[in-house]
Design a protein around this ligand. Structure first.
Ligand code: CMP
Length: 139
């Protein structure tokens, strides 16, 4: 992919510490996704086909309890990829025109298999989100 993909991934806190070659491999595996404001990207109950890293714009996650805004450097769609038969836990909609890098399930599996530190950071974020949705976070 172009340098733009690597530059975008360098701003993702999850990837802090990864070498440029690793970022290039992730960028190579990713697809650019651009959607207009208002478009639904993820629907609750659907099977998870991929996860998204936001490059530009904001998305809103609509959980049963709350609306959470996510912006550049943040990601969504990871939860339904962490188990083979898991389904989407929330609705995600573009709040503004949105540009993302998307990783499909196979690339996600490759990423966590080759980068345990990324897997550990992902688990931490995922647990925080599940706790928040269950009302057991301490915020
Ligand atoms: P997934 O379940 O695959 O699809 C919906 C996504 O919304 C989910 O993955 C998370 O990425 C995201 N999500 C769910 N709950 C929260 C939350 N409380 N805060 C931020 N993002 C969330």
């Amino acid at each position: 992919m172009t340098e733009t993909g690597v530059d975008a991934l360098r701003r993702v806190p999850l990837f802090v510490g990864l070498a440029d070659d690793d970022l290039a491999a992730i960028a190579q595996a990713a697809n650019e996704v651009e959607v207009p404001a208002g478009q639904l990207l993820v629907q609750p109950g659907q099977a998870g086909t991929g996860m998204f890293f936001i490059v530009e714009g904001t998305a809103v996650v609509e959980t049963k309890r709350d609306h959470v805004e996510l912006g550049p450097g943040q990601f969504f769609g990871e939860l339904a990829l962490m188990k083979p038969d898991a389904i989407r836990t929330a609705r995600v909609r573009a709040q503004t025109p949105l540009r993302c890098l998307a990783l499909d399930r196979a690339s996600f599996r490759g990423l966590v298999a080759t980068h345990p530190e990324v897997a550990a950071a992902l688990i931490e974020v995922a647990l925080g989100r599940l706790a928040e949705n269950a009302g057991i976070d301490d915020d």
